[in-house]
Write a protein that binds this ligand. Structure first.
Ligand code: HEM
Length: 340
């Protein structure tokens, strides 16, 4: 696979990921550094990734609502706003972050090197809010021991789920991404019988087979996150969750990352999980998992990233320089191929 700089629909479930959440310092110098980074990112990913095509290096940059305002682009993505904190049965905090870098590869050295190069460019202009290195755990299991990612959409459904389309023309080809870092109380989880854990998730633990609808608990994770629009069509997202942690520190976590063409569907899932549907019928994963971060970002398509880098305004788009949005679900760089 060609190394790419902006492609949320691709590279799901790689063996390694590195998540960087950064806030940009105030002032023009920091903003200029960020623009320079946007302009350079495709070349950086090419340079690092070219050393092994098999490593499948990619980097998806996300921009938070506060930073978008500072860019003075003359238009804002319809769905972009600060992450909404939730306080229901459990709490989902909103935490600082202007920039998200979702770096993926089949090898950890590629993620590490790209993050190093990114920090060389951005370091003096940012505060690091969070750095998390995720890894594949056996057959794509989370640290609760369940296979995670099975019901992700594929093919045309994937592109339709994650890519902004005609509903917001200037931002077509982009995407939205929500991240939350969860810490698990593994002792509490492991004290539960496997049958009780399976009721929480709505699937069998060993085989990953989904329970028949009639046997699912109302609070099952795959009931509360399975949502439809007014016409009954499924509202899907792309998840690329990764385990992370430190056995020495007793830290065991899941880094949740979800992409969608509009953030509302992820926010509905979060409300169902934290407040409950109906209220009080909340997600029991949260009895053993604490959300410690929360952020919402817009992922610009490749052409938009270049315009940000060049300091262009979107107020008067020039059809000569603005290529029509791609319809293949990619963000304009590389090939649309999953599972590389
Ligand atoms: C501690 C955090 C989380 C863990 C450990 C977790 C784990 C899982 C597991 C094991 C599955 C079943 C297999 C699969 O289809 O992938 C699943 C499904 C799913 N999760 Fe999560 N998840 C977490 C957080 C979230 C959050 C925050 C959201 C959305 C806001 C979410 C949305 C979904 C969706 C949409 C499905 C597919 C449901 C279906 O249609 O069957 N998850 N998750």
């Amino acid at each position: 696979m060609t190394p790419t700089a902006s492609q949320p629909a691709e590279a799901a479930l790689t063996a390694n990921a590195l998540f960087l959440t950064l806030t940009l310092h105030p002032g023009a110098a920091a903003l200029a550094a960020f623009r320079g980074f946007c302009a350079d990112l495709p070349a950086l990913v090419r340079a690092v990734g070219f050393r092994s095509a098999e490593a499948g290096l990619s980097c998806v940059p996300g921009i938070g609502a506060g930073l978008w305002e500072r860019l003075e682009m003359g238009a804002r993505p319809q769905g972009l706003h600060p992450f909404h904190a939730l306080a229901g049965v459990h709490r989902a905090p909103a935490t600082p972050g202007d920039i998200l870098l979702h770096i993926r590869a089949s090898r950890p050295d590629f993620c590490f090197e790209l993050a190093t190069q990114a920090m060389r460019r951005l370091g003096p202009a940012v505060t690091v809010e969070d750095e998390t290195q995720g890894f594949r755990f056996f057959d794509n299991r989370d640290l609760l021991g369940f296979v995670d990612g099975t019901e992700n959409p594929g093919g045309a459904a994937l592109a339709a789920a994650v890519t902004v389309g005609d509903e917001d023309p200037p931002f077509a080809g982009g995407s939205y991404v929500v991240v939350q870092k969860y810490l698990h109380d593994l002792a509490k989880w492991e004290a539960m019988p496997v049958e009780a854990q399976e009721r929480v998730i709505g699937r069998r633990k060993l085989s990953d087979i989904e329970f028949p609808a009639s046997e699912k608990a109302a609070f099952a994770h795959n009931v509360l996150t399975n949502i439809v629009d007014a016409q009954g069509n499924p509202l899907q997202i792309l998840r690329d969750n990764m385990p992370f942690g430190s056995p020495a520190r007793g830290e065991f976590g899941t880094y949740f990352i979800g992409y969608a063409r509009e953030p509302g569907r992820i926010e509905t899932m979060l409300r169902n999980m934290f407040i409950g549907d109906p209220p009080g019928n909340y997600d029991r994963i949260l009895d053993v998992s604490t959300a410690v971060t929360g952020g919402l970002f817009f992922v610009p398509a490749a052409a938009m990233l270049q315009r940000i880098g060049a300091g262009e305004s979107l107020a008067a788009p020039d059809p000569e320089v603005e290529p029509p949005p791609r319809r293949d679900g990619s963000l304009g760089l590389g090939s649309l191929k999953r599972g590389d």
